[in-house]
Write a protein that binds this ligand. Structure first.
Ligand code: NAG
Ligand code: NAG
Ligand code: NAG
Ligand code: NAG
Ligand code: NAG
Length: 489
């Protein structure tokens, strides 16, 4: 699973500006230096270090990764610092799920992955609860699915599969609205990892739930857990991820109503599900979790701009992972760390960026983009006047293909950059050529217009009167993809 990768990015406006011409000679030299300094072995070693241990936000091993990133920046002579926040996170204590068949037999279903020393499968911020009830299959758990189902799910445990375009939290919210007592969510994509569980959070909104709108720094106000503004961020019914194998064990035992025709064609485990329930299978589901104030750390390196030091270009990625995080997010963090290394090579040969560059390593993204949101909330005024662009990378390497999303201002920049990058998978062509020939490329315009949930800064800022930010997020392909930097020199 450990992919070795190279990344990415970089922005630049001055590339588009006529007055950058006067820098072009020097610029060319620095560009070649930047490109020639890429190295898969350094990225590989960063990735190895980052993924040695599971590094869930709020745990000792994740503060170790913060230290690793900080030491990396300082060893490169980059000006660096960390910011800490005490925020409300959520961890599992105990859970169990058993299936009770009509013939009297029952079976405990596995809720852990075989052989992995990682946090138990759970949905962060799910309430604790214990439910003994009939199971019902609700497809993707969308409103239209409940309508198609036409079955009363009140008091039942609903099983939903991922993929209908709803966020995890929304699936739970809809189930709650329809009267369900608990929700189990599985991923029926693919046949390769049927014992795996997809952890995630079910909180509404982003940021620390007890400091909505302001930075959760030492001494700042905290709302009580009983405050309505806090309570409405969390679901009222417990939920849990289950593996595809566990889902099949439950779904294959259901009776009563037949699977609606509309759902049948897209079901991956076609032979398995014939009926949707309710029951007669009963499930006994118990989840015990705790919400706990924990310390998280963002880490930054700042490279001061020479011409416009008060204009900031931010490059960021989160650092916390549900488990080992080889792809999400460490492939991106390894790339970010290599970028820092290469910037430092340029700096020691006399390069100065035109604008200030801030490298950001965020904590507790998996819990609801908490580290980045707290920092933005803390620095809102400053960022509103100084930040000109935010570039995010999360999973830098994840299967084949190139995926990018941005606000429209960066469309042409992305196209230009991808033209300069060699496609690591096909000899002699650029990423742009492969991308534009693919489905994603054909829909490129659409893709570029989309703003993913990961682009938290714009979300945070759009809820304020401050606008004018430009954002993008990049995911790269299965092999080495050294996107390059140009223009800002
Ligand atoms: C570099 O500068 C020289 C002299 O000013 C000019 O003739 C040449 O075209 C420049 N090279 C580039 C790549 O712009
Ligand atoms: C780096 O890339 C080269 C050339 O593709 C390859 O031979 C080498 O094994 C790679 N090193 C690592 C550490 O992946
Ligand atoms: C978890 O549940 C099991 C079985 O119900 C019980 O034996 C164990 O003590 C529980 N652990 C915690 C931490 O509550
Ligand atoms: C009950 O049914 C299940 C599934 O058909 C079967 O595996 C199990 O052996 C049965 N148990 C009894 C006690 O008949
Ligand atoms: C359901 O599971 C819980 C926790 O394991 C247990 O205490 C309870 O007795 C079970 N209920 C039924 C009806 O099996």
């Amino acid at each position: 699973m450990v992919a070795i990768l190279i990344l990415i990015i970089l922005g630049f406006y001055s590339f588009h500006f006529p007055h950058s011409l006067k820098h072009s000679n020097k610029s060319t030299t620095f560009q070649s230096l930047f490109l020639s300094s890429s190295s898969n072995s350094t990225i590989s070693s960063y990735l190895r270090t980052l993924t040695m241990h599971p590094h869930l936000a709020g745990t000792k091993s994740n503060s170790n990764t913060a230290l690793f990133v900080l030491n990396h920046f300082t060893s490169l002579n980059l000006k660096s610092h960390t910011t800490s926040y005490n925020v409300l996170l959520s961890y599992p204590l105990n859970s169990s799920l058993s299936i009770h068949l009509t013939n009297g037999s029952f079976l405990n279903l596995p809720l852990t992955e075989p052989g992995l020393d990682v946090v138990h499968a759970y949905h962060a911020y799910s309430p604790s609860g214990s439910v003994y009830a009939k199971a019902v299959f609700v497809n993707y758990g969308r409103e239209i699915d409940y309508h198609t189902l036409g079955v009363d799910v009140k008091g039942c445990i609903v099983i939903a599969r991922k993929g209908g375009g709803l966020g995890r939290g929304t699936v739970v919210e809809k189930a709650e609205k329809n009267g369900a007592a608990a929700v189990l969510i599985y991923n029926d994509e693919g046949d390769t990892w049927r014992n795996g569980f997809e952890r995630g959070n079910v909180m509404k909104g982003v940021g620390d739930p007890v400091s909505p709108g302001w930075g959760s720094v030492d001494g700042s106000e905290r709302l009580s857990l009983e405050d309505n503004e806090v309570l409405e961020r969390f679901p009222k019914i417990p939920s849990m991820p289950i593996s595809a194998d566990v889902a099949d064990a439950i779904l294959s035992s259901l009776g009563d109503n037949l699977v609606p025709l509309e759902w049948r064609n897209t079901l991956k485990s076609k032979g398995v599900i014939s009926h949707v329930g309710p029951g007669p299978t009963m499930l006994n589901f118990t989840y015990l979790g705790e919400k706990k104030v924990s310390t998280i750390q963002n880490v930054f390196a700042v490279i001061k701009g020479s011409e416009e030091p008060d204009r900031h270009v931010l490059l960021g990625n989160h650092r916390d992972a549900w488990t080992y995080g080889a792809v999400d997010p460490s492939s991106g963090t390894a790339a970010l760390l290599d970028l820092a290394r290469r910037y430092s090579i340029l700096l020691s040969s006399g390069w100065k960026p035109r604008r200030t560059i801030v490298l950001c390593s965020w904590d507790a993204e998996e819990f609801g983009m908490i580290g980045s949101t707290e920092w933005v909330e803390q620095n809102l005024i400053n960022l509103g006047s100084k930040a000109v662009a935010y570039l995010n990378v999360d999973c830098a390497v994840q299967g084949p293909g190139f995926f990018v999303g941005s606000t429209p201002q960066l469309d042409s920049l992305i196209r230009e950059v991808t033209k300069k990058v060699k496609d690591p998978d096909s000899k002699g062509v650029s990423v742009y050529e492969t991308w534009s020939a693919s489905d994603e490329g054909n829909n490129g315009f659409h893709l570029l217009m989309c703003i993913t949930e990961k682009i938290f800064l714009s979300i945070t800022l759009l809820s304020t009167p401050i606008t004018g930010w430009q954002n993008m997020e990049i995911h790269s392909s299965s092999a080495m993809l050294p996107l390059l930097e140009f223009g800002a020199f």
